[in-house]
Design a protein around this ligand. Structure first.
Ligand SMILES: Nc1ncnc2c1ncn2[C@@H]1O[C@H](COP(=O)(O)OP(=O)(O)OP(=O)(O)O)[C@@H](O)[C@H]1O
Length: 325
């Protein structure tokens, strides 16, 4: 079947199609999941015209209605598994971290959240036989934690583990890093991420992993005091929805990190309760609680999963990356 383009949609002429593309709406799917307000501002059209375009896109992309269980099953079959490189951790996740879902890593400072994110940015680039997804990475960095040197060390680790001479420079070229300077910027970066992922469909290694390290730091710093809680929650939810959409559209793994203190936190509450409430929709969400243990060991606890039992696994953070303890 020929691919549906923007021009095929009802109420979209060449000029509107161009404006939509310029604003980052490159595919029918991206329009199908947009809000009328956002679309009307981007394409300079009225909200009712925007709604009609969105409806037409939803019909074409078959998004927005009810689905039967067999279709949901069909999509579930496409779920990919990204290996962490640690056997217990992978077993706990029944083979690795799922695509089409958001995985939240939370824990205290130094518990290994950023290390796991870096390791996955390496592993996702490996071929399927080696636990990867043959994909590229988008890394939204809010606290200046991305370290290319660390990626190089981990690529060296992967080379030794698989006995293949990988080129660290090639791995670095497949990681697209953007600094987010505040929470609004962080939310806006999702538009660029969508654009890049869309473009990457033509690449040898399309984007299959999106990391937000840290998801919550800016929100925490900017929304101080009880009075701002609702605002913060609303923005965070919007951001999570954009992430969920991204994972669906590109069959991607989404990793978000969230620093918590060991004692309950005034703004984010008990660390064992979900932040941002329950995410609506069919996208699964996994939550993992990281704790420091002896030496380089870290305990990863699966706290909340839609389809797997809760469990614990132990990993080591070594100079060459994550390994079995
Ligand atoms: N090159 C390396 N070799 C060995 N271990 C390392 C290396 N780099 C980092 N680590 C380990 O990882 C720890 C830092 O973990 P990480 O940065 O993932 O924490 P985090 O959970 O992201 O913390 P924060 O919330 O402060 O960002 C260090 O304390 C160290 O134990």
């Amino acid at each position: 079947m020929a691919e549906v383009t923007l021009e095929d949609l009802d109420h979209v002429g060449p000029a509107t199609a161009q404006k939509l593309r310029e604003s980052g709406y490159n595919s029918v799917e991206a329009i199908a999941v947009a809000s009328p307000t956002d679309l009307s501002l981007s394409a300079d059209i009225g909200e009712s015209a925007a709604s009609k375009i969105i409806n037409s896109a939803r019909r074409s992309a078959n998004i927005g209605g009810f689905e039967t269980g067999d279709l949901v099953m069909e999509r579930r079959k496409q779920v990919g598994k990204l290996s962490t490189g640690c056997s217990e951790f992978d077993e706990m996740m029944e083979g690795g971290i799922d695509t089409q879902s958001i995985t939240e890593l939370y824990g205290e400072f130094g518990s290994g959240k950023t290390q796991i994110a870096h390791q996955l940015a390496v592993n996702v680039q490996l071929p399927n036989e080696q636990g990867g997804l043959n994909g590229s990475v988008i890394f939204i960095d809010t606290e200046n934690t991305f370290r290319p040197e660390r990626i190089k060390q981990m690529v060296q680790g992967a080379s030794e583990h698989h006995n293949i001479d990988y080129d660290p420079e090639e791995f670095l070229k497949n990681i697209h890093v953007a600094r987010a300077y505040n929470s609004n910027h962080q939310i806006l970066l999702m538009d660029s991420a969508m654009e890049l992922a869309e473009e990457s469909k033509n690449w040898e290694q399309p984007v299959r992993l999106l990391i937000v390290d840290s998801l919550t730091a800016h929100f925490r710093a900017e929304y101080i005091g009880r009075g701002t809680l609702a605002d913060r929650q609303q923005k965070l939810n919007k951001h999570l929805h954009a992430l969920q959409r991204f994972s669906d559209l590109y069959n991607a793994v989404i990793i978000v990190t969230n620093q918590v203190m060991s004692k309950p936190d005034a703004f984010f509450g008990d660390p064992t309760k979900p932040i941002g409430g329950h995410i609506i929709g069919h996208t699964a969400t996994f939550r993992m609680y990281l704790r420091k243990s002896k030496g380089d060991k870290r305990i990863v606890r699966l706290v909340d999963s839609p389809n797997l039992p809760d469990g614990e696994s132990i990993i080591s953070v070594t100079p060459l990356g994550l390994t079995n303890p």
